[in-house]
Write a protein that binds this ligand. Structure first.
Ligand SMILES: Cc1cc2nc3c(=O)[nH]c(=O)nc-3n(C[C@H](O)[C@H](O)[C@H](O)COP(=O)(O)OP(=O)(O)OC[C@H]3O[C@@H](n4cnc5c(N)ncnc54)[C@H](O)[C@@H]3O)c2cc1C
Length: 369
């Protein structure tokens, strides 16, 4: 087959664009990935125990966008998301994000209303106008005790950086609640694909115009001619690290199988003050797979390995800005489009990145007219 478009990376962005270009614009698409599998970091696979695991950390799909759910529902059925996280402090497990139950247990209080909790937390808060980093942000929202119990140690392990060296958005993503809502996130739709993410994306690109080649690196196809390229790999790699390497934080996953149906009471436990790992994850709580064994994955943050989390500091941001300028020229002159987590050096959740891909399709369609 002669291809109109090359898509580098068979993650969510690559698959959505392949699907849109093939179905709506009748383009012939070659999609490549250097890994042995598709679905990018959303990839799930059956572990040797028979348990379906999320290979690159738990993926809790959530969105407020009904149209997005409708779009993805063409490729999957759903089960309700069951995203509950607790955080261990000394010998107790507290609901996380912090809510009224966390506050009552932690401070040995019996608050019954949101306004009682709010008043109490207002007294704990350290008044900082315009917090400039994650430490200031959390101190200004919950005060010293909760910051030290639930944020400080976890953030140090996760980033190998003190929260005062990280932008406010790093810890600012997590809500703080005065009610007893124990769900991990607030979104309207919290859904898990019934047969897993890999099945969802497989179905998405199952089209006669789409050819998928795994174990194939872009560098081996660089000199071939394509009218349009969509690049979802690392932006610094595309430009041969001309302005230096962008830094990422990674994770090493260690798995343990148990001959029990469940080991943990909920999917994720955070460890701010114990162990070298940050969290233990029992994904069966989310996938609801019926199997007698279970697998727990333990996450050890590291600087080596696959790029997972961009490190938001000034050096990285200024390097990225330079690459972005080059990318804009590449788009204009060579019709190469950069999209996604690696190409934009930005942490996106799956729903956000899929919306980005849908937006890019519209742009490409307009330019094609
Ligand atoms: C630990 C972790 C937990 C997460 N948890 C959640 C969650 O709970 N909920 C949620 O919504 N989202 C979560 N995410 C985010 C989600 O994984 C991303 O939003 C999504 O995978 C980004 O899609 P993408 O297509 O941009 O990138 P990716 O999924 O990374 O896909 C890019 C693909 O490009 C390939 N590639 C790169 N370079 C090349 C090259 N040179 N040649 C060929 N192929 C190449 C890569 O192998 C990869 O498969 C999590 C991410 C991580 C890392």
């Amino acid at each position: 087959m002669e291809f109109d478009v090359l898509i580098v990376g068979a993650g969510p962005v690559g698959c959505v664009l392949a699907e849109q270009l093939a179905n709506l614009s009748n383009k012939k698409v070659l999609i490549i990935d250097k890994r042995y599998h598709m679905a990018g970091n959303c990839y799930d696979e059956t572990h040797e125990s028979g348990v379906l695991i999320h290979k690159y950390g738990p993926h809790y799909f959530r969105t407020n966008d009904k149209n997005l759910v409708d779009y993805l529902s063409k490729f999957t059925e759903w089960i309700e998301g069951n995203y509950y996280v607790t955080s261990k402090y000394i010998n107790e497990y507290y609901p996380f994000p912090i809510n009224r139950l966390t506050i009552n247990n932690f401070f040995e209080k019996k608050f019954k209303t949101e306004s009682e909790v709010e008043k109490f937390i207002n007294e704990k808060r350290i008044k900082i106008e315009n917090p400039k980093n994650s430490e200031e942000f959390v101190l200004s929202r919950v005060g010293k005790e909760l910051y030290e119990a639930f944020y400080l140690g976890y953030t140090l392990k996760q980033w190998d950086l003190h929260p005062s060296k990280l932008g406010p958005s790093v810890c600012g993503r997590i809500p703080i609640r005065y009610n007893e809502d124990c769900r991990y996130v607030d979104h309207k739709y919290q859904l898990t694909p019934k047969f897993g993410f890999t099945e969802l994306f497989k179905k998405m690109i199952n089209h006669k115009n789409i050819d998928l080649k795994l174990n194939t690196d872009f560098k081996d196809l660089r000199n071939e001619n394509f009218k349009t390229i969509i690049y979802t790999g690392a932006i610094d790699e595309y430009f041969n690290f001309k302005y230096g390497k962008l830094k990422w934080r990674s994770l090493e996953f260690k798995y343990k199988t148990f001959n029990k149906e469940f080991v943990q009471p909920n999917v994720q436990i955070n460890y701010s003050n114990d162990f070298n790992y940050t969290r233990s994850v029992e994904i069966k709580h989310v996938t609801k797979q019926k199997i007698e064994k279970t697998v727990i994955s333990y996450e050890y943050p590291t600087d080596k390995g696959d790029p997972y989390y961009p490190i938001p500091n000034e050096i990285n941001e200024s390097i990225y800005r330079k690459y972005k300028l080059l990318a804009e020229i590449e788009t204009k002159e060579k019709n190469v489009h950069f999209c996604g987590r690696l190409a934009e050096y930005k942490y996106y959740n799956t729903d956000e990145v899929i919306l980005k891909a849908l937006e890019l399709y519209q742009k490409i369609k307009e330019n094609d007219k």
